[in-house]
Ligand binder design. Sequence first.
Ligand SMILES: C[S@@+](CC[C@H](N)C(=O)[O-])C[C@H]1O[C@@H](n2cnc3c(N)ncnc32)[C@H](O)[C@@H]1O
Length: 328
Amino acid sequence: MTQQSPETIHALAYGAYPARCLQVAAEIGVADLIDDEPVPVDKLAAARGAAPGALDRVLRLLTSFGVFEERDGGYAHTDASRVLRDDHPMTARPLLRLMGLPLHLDSISLLRHTVMTGEPAIEVLQAGGLWGYLREQPDDAEIFNHAMTSKAAADGPAVVDAYDFTPFGMIADIGGGRGHLLRGILDAVPDAEGVLFDQPGVIEALGFPDHPRLALRAGDFFDEVPAADAYVLMHVLHNWDDERAARILATVRRSAAPGATLLVIENVLPDERPAPAALTMDVIMLALTRGRERTEGELSALLDAAGFRFTGMTETSGTMRIAEARAV
Ligand SMILES: C[S@@+](CC[C@H](N)C(=O)[O-])C[C@H]1O[C@@H](n2cnc3c(N)ncnc32)[C@H](O)[C@@H]1O
């Protein structure tokens, strides 16, 4: 046994605690109370109605991971902790609030059920799974949509930088959430128009298009999607099992003219040695959806069967990879 093994096991065994500390710090908004100068813990606790001693111990643990630092009698920001601020352009606060919802915490508790039955843990909590849960819990749905927006705000620029969208006149973002990625694409391609397609609840919450070349369309991607030169599916296929992912692709294929481009943007697993973050996302999909992270080979087979030809993979500077395909 190497020296490494017990350390790895201990880090994993206790890992839920640091993760929960980070979520709680985000839930109560500690980072927003700190600017350039250190703030004493008593002041942080008083501002949030927290117990100073307990908050101190939670923050001290986070400092050991480089999230906040203790200096001059208070807690100060590090690059990592700044990302917890609401006003950070790539804020991780909504994502951490999402990870702290019963939706995730209860599903983690029920993971053994998933392992024994193969069924998503969330279906024990809520008939209709993740999307049923979000329809039933509008406050949590608001946090989920906000988290997807902040995720797209972090991933979007890397996608826009990595891929040339200029050949396309009309770009449809299917299951595009609040349209963060699509707005970024339209800003980078001044001649393109975009259509943001999502479920009625998501589109209605947006109200009206806030970009001159953006149209909003509500619907169901198992029925029909708007026509476009390029279709974007970011973090959509991984939510669904092969049968449903194939149905989504079939809907897109029905709307696409031959030669139209499809971009599947997600943590596509390299065929060898996928990173822990991508495999963690795969287990989140296992617990919350009937979906999965797919390897390049698995994705390419799905695309093929739906009438698309896989034409190549573009890497981004973030975690997303862009699989490009053409309608045949
Ligand atoms: C994981 S989110 C990804 C959002 C966005 N593409 C992103 O990466 O930030 C999946 C999206 O699919 C949408 N969705 C789920 N079922 C749908 C359906 N049947 N028709 C259209 N959109 C759907 C959800 O509302 C949600 O916005």
